[in-house]
Design a protein around this ligand. Structure first.
Ligand code: NI
Length: 173
């Protein structure tokens, strides 16, 4: 398992639409292992493959609280089968948008179909944090960041600050 660098906004790679996975094999499991390790190291609760530069429809998540045993989840080719009309608002952050947090409203519940680590088809009902996290991560597969759900003004302000931080990083490297 390898910790991989996480791509941060603004970066055109994050805007790509990720491709469906054809087969859940050892190579894909190795990618999922790297993703999980990268996410734990960050630390974060969810990561899409594109965030480490792999444009494939794969997500890892772990919503266990601190002190609880880890609960890694692997979602390959996830599809939302149903979403509630009712919305829920959570403060979201993203490993690709470091240090910014904002409220985002999304469907409060959803039904999800995906392939698991072994390539088995699964369906689950999601609510609470799980529903929000699944939808946030699935947005990444379409090239969408949580800041794309905010006003244009707010988004541009964040992107400007992120760009400035990257320049400072490069200058001090
Ligand atoms: Ni994210």
């Amino acid at each position: 398992m390898t910790i991989r660098p996480i791509i941060t906004a603004p970066d055109p790679r994050l805007k790509q639409v990720s491709k469906p996975v054809e087969r859940v094999d050892d190579a894909l499991r190795a990618l999922m292992d790297d993703m999980l390790e990268t996410m734990y190291d960050a630390p974060g609760i969810g990561l899409a493959a594109i965030q480490i530069g792999e444009p494939v429809r794969v997500i890892v998540m772990d919503l266990a609280r601190e002190g609880e045993p880890p609960e890694p989840r692997y979602l390959v080719n996830p599809e939302i089968l149903w979403k509630s009309e009712e919305l829920a608002t959570y403060e979201e952050g993203c490993l690709s948008v470091p240090e910014f947090y904002e409220d985002v409203a999304r469907p409060a519940r959803c039904r999800l179909r995906y392939l698991d680590y072994q390539g088995e088809i699964r369906e689950i009902d999601c609510d609470g944090m799980l529903a929000t996290c699944v939808q946030h991560e699935m947005d990444h597969l379409e090239g969408i960041l949580f800041i794309d759900h905010l006003s244009r003004l707010k988004r541009q302000m964040m992107l400007k600050k992120l760009e400035k931080a990257k320049k400072l990083d490069r200058a001090s490297a």
